[in-house]
Design a binder for this molecule. Sequence first.
Ligand code: DAH
Length: 361
Amino acid sequence: MSATAKLEDLEKELLAAVAAAGDDARLEEIRVAALGKKGSVSELMKGLGAMDADQRKVMGPALNGLKMTVGEAISARRQSLHDVVLEARIATETIDVTLPARPEQAGTVHPVSQVLDEVIQIFGDMGFAVAEGPHIETDFYNFTALNIPPEHPARQEHDTFYFNEREDGSRMVLRTHTSPVQIRTMENQEPPIRIIAPGRTFRCDSDQTHTPMFHQIEGLVIDEETHLGHLKWCLEEFCKAFFEVDELKMRFRSSHFPFTEPSMEVDIGCSWEDGQVKIGAGDDWLEILGSGVVHPNVIAAGGLDPERYQGFAFGVGLDRLAMLKYGIPDLRAFFEADLRWLRHYGFASLDVPTLAGGLTR
Ligand code: DAH
C-alpha cells in the first residue's frame, strides 16, 4: 500500500470516529490521539524530515491536508453537538403560561404603577388619551414655550438638571415637569385635545417628600369652548373616583403659574388620626395639584390660534397621590428597590384596577 493510500485510510478512519463521537470528551480523545503531540498524524509528520525531497513534496501537503481536515471535522462536530444540546434544552425548558402564578414567586406591582393604572383608568373613562414626551428636553419646550422666558424667576424654582452646553450655546435639560408635553401635543394634534401625559420628571432636590426623579401627570384639554367650570368638574370627578369617596371637600385656591391664567391650586379636605391622614372629611387641607386655564401665549407656542382655541391644564404629582391614598410616609423608599418595602406596599400583579371592579384591591 502506498504511503498516500495509507493516509487516505487514516483520514477515513479518523473522520468516521469523529462522526461517531457522542460528546465533547470523546471528541477530545480523538483529537489528542490524532493531532496531539504523540498523536498518529503528528507522529507521521515527524517522519517528514527523514524523507527524500520528492517524497516530502508529496507527503508534506498530504499530511497538512489531513491535519486540517481532521481539525475542521472535530470543530464542526463539536459545534453540532452543542447545537443538539441547546435544542434539547430549549425543547424541555418551556414555560407553561397557562399555569396559575405561584403565590410565593409572584412579583408585586409598584405603588407608582398601580396609581398610574388607576389614574389612566379614571381619565380614560372621561375620554382622555395618554400622551408621552421625552425625558431630555430642550429649554424651549421645558420653559420658553410654557411662557417662562429666559430671565423668568420661575426658572430658579425648578432646580433644573442642565446638560453641558452644545456648540450653539444651548443646553438640554432633564424635564422638570410634564408640562412640555402640552406643547408637543398641540404641535402634533388637531383640537379637540384631551390628553393626560404621565411620566418621569427631574429636579435637583432630595428629602422625605422630594426625590431627584419623581412622577407627574399632566392634563390638557383644548377646544373652542372649554372653560374653568369644566376644569373644576373634571378634577372633582377625578378626585372622588381616585380616593374612592362619594363626598369630597375640595378647595380651589388662587395661585400663579406662568403657563395658566387664571391659575389655581387644588386642596382636598382631610383629617389626621394617629398620624395617619384620612381623605375626604375633616378640617385640614392637603394640596394635591396645580391647574388653570391655558395661557394664550402657550396656545400660540403650540402652534394654535389663541383667538380660536382655549382650554385648561393641570399637573399632579403621581408619587404624592400614591403616598396619600396608600398611607406611604417616605417618598425616598419608592425608589430604593427594597424587596421588603415592595412586598409590603406592592399590589397583586393580576389584579388590574378597573372602575367597574374597583380601583383598590
Ligand atoms: N408644571 C407644574 C409644576 O411642575 C404643575 C402644573 C401646574 C401643571 C399648573 C399644569 C398647571 O398644567 O396648569 O410645578
